[in-house]
Design a protein. Structure first.
Length: 135
């Protein structure tokens, strides 16, 4: 497997296409062919995917949402944990970040792409490189 992965893994600048499919209340397929990001939703009535968003992008400004496994914050770098605490604080009148975490990378990432915010799974004392995997 390592040999196969080494042969196909390329730099992001060399990607031709990328996408994912999300199965939830609706079945959604998101793809980019290098110019724009397109979302298609399965229309169960006709049994086909129909274009539901032809210009997907992370909104600016996005919603103040963060996603990640907060159960591991005690294992994170103390500075990172302290920074997360500042995002959740209500000091200074700024709206605090809300925590939304499904625990499935595709679902969490899809929410960030649609509404903004960020997803993080930083390295910690047990997994120094974090836990995100090559998809």
């Amino acid at each position: 497997m390592a040999k196969c992965t080494t042969q196909v893994r390329k730099a992001g600048t060399e990607l031709v296409a990328a996408g994912y499919c999300l199965y939830s209340m609706a079945t959604v397929f998101v793809i980019t062919l290098g110019s724009g990001v397109y979302e298609f939703t399965l229309d169960r009535g006709i049994g086909e995917f129909v274009l539901s968003d032809s210009a997907m992008r992370i909104p600016d400004p996005g919603q103040r949402i963060y996603s990640g496994n907060e159960g591991n914050t005690a294992l994170w770098d103390p500075d990172l944990a302290a920074y997360l605490d500042t995002l959740k604080a209500t000091e200074g009148g700024a709206k605090p970040y809300s925590y939304r975490y499904i625990g499935a990378l595709v679902g969490d990432f899809h929410r960030v792409l649609k509404y903004g915010g960020f997803w993080a799974y930083p390295g910690d004392k047990k997994a120094t490189s974090g836990k995100a995997r090559l998809l």
